[in-house]
Design a protein around this ligand. Structure first.
Ligand code: NAD
Ligand code: 0WE
Length: 276
């Protein structure tokens, strides 16, 4: 019976015209920290859509986590890349190039960091070093990774780059503080990169996701009451699911979104349109 259900499921998946929309596409995904990571939701959907997925991670201890999560995938490349280190970016892309025959079709940038102190109290008290670190990891890293990905995407005849952002870039979200400034920089970077990469048929877009309870959210005090507020105010009267963020990522990564670049797509159950 279970076998029959599994077969039916496979049938439904493979008979959908879009089910293998990323067949044979070479993808690099950064930012998987655990099973709740938005990057992991995206990785699973892209894999189901036929992509060959490689992973980059921040620190040695995440390697086992990703190896464990991906045990049912086809022996993916899992490579260290702390984005604060140029040497890591260079060696990670060298490994990606070797694994993918010098080509890359899709890159997902799904990481951010600001020191804890900058996410509480007033933004006005942000220290110079904390500001620089948040910008380095959360915004500059997209530029550095896009530059490293460019020759591989040129070799593939084009590509699609995605990054994750948040409404705090556009409007004041209490306590998002330093991350809001870093996301504003990330979003402006997406637009300038779209100009630089467009002639090579490389698109770059952002997804502005509503709040999701991930590791990055767990450290935030009162995150639960924020989720409740979003669910009450948003037109859809609920919060967004990681699977929905992944669905929009699949659209932006695939030829379905050909002609879309430099765009920030809100995937937040409509929260951003509300004033009250
Ligand atoms: P997460 O904690 O699962 O992912 C954050 C990732 O950033 C981790 O994998 C971490 O290892 C990585 N990272 C931090 N510093 C790094 C460094 N120096 N080098 C390499 N990697 C580094 O949390 P998440 O919520 O899945 O976050 C992913 C992205 O989604 C972030 O850009 C975040 O700003 C964005 N986002 C999150 C939400 C939310 O509510 N969770 C909403 C909108 C946007
Ligand atoms: O981008 C984010 C969070 C990213 C993040 C989270 C942390 C927590 C632990 C960056 N740096 C750190 N540094 C740490 O030390 N989100 C969109 C989730 C988020 O974080 C908030 C939010 C929302 C939403 C912080 C305050 C208010 C709202």
């Amino acid at each position: 019976m279970l076998e029959l259900l599994a077969m039916l499921e496979t049938e439904v998946k493979t008979s959908s015209p879009y089910s293998q929309i990323l067949a044979g596409k070479k993808v690099l995904i950064s930012g998987v920290a655990n099973k709740r990571s938005i990057a992991w939701g995206i990785a699973q959907l892209f894999y189901e859509a036929g992509a060959e997925v490689a992973f980059s991670y921040q620190g040695e201890r995440l390697k086992d986590t990703i190896t464990d999560l991906t045990k049912d995938m086809n022996d993916p490349l899992i490579v260290e890349c702390d984005v604060t280190k140029d040497a890591d970016i260079n060696s990670a892309f060298a490994a990606v190039s070797e694994r993918f025959d010098g080509k890359l079709d899709i890159m997902v940038h799904c990481l951010a960091f600001a020191p804890k102190e900058t996410l509480e109290g007033g933004y006005i008290s942000t220290q110079r070093e904390h500001f620089a670190l948040a910008q380095d990891i959360s915004a500059y890293s997209l530029t550095a990774m896009a530059r490293a990905a460019k020759p591989l995407m040129q070799a593939a005849g084009g590509g699609s780059i995605l990054s994750l952002t948040y409404l705090g870039a556009e409007r004041v979200v209490p306590n998002y503080n330093m991350m809001g400034i870093a996301k504003a920089s990330l979003e402006a970077g997406i637009k300038y990169l779209a100009q630089d990469l467009g002639p090579d048929n490389i698109r770059i877009n952002g997804i502005s996701a509503g709040p999701v309870k991930t590791l990055a959210a767990r450290g935030i005090s009162d995150f639960t009451s924020m989720l409740n507020h979003h669910a009450e105010v948003s037109p859809m009267k609920r919060n967004v699911a990681v699977e929905e963020v992944a669905g929009s990522a699949l659209f932006l990564a695939s030829p379905l979104s050909g002609g879309v670049t430099g765009e920030i797509l809100h995937v937040d159950c409509g929260y951003n349109i509300m004033a009250m």
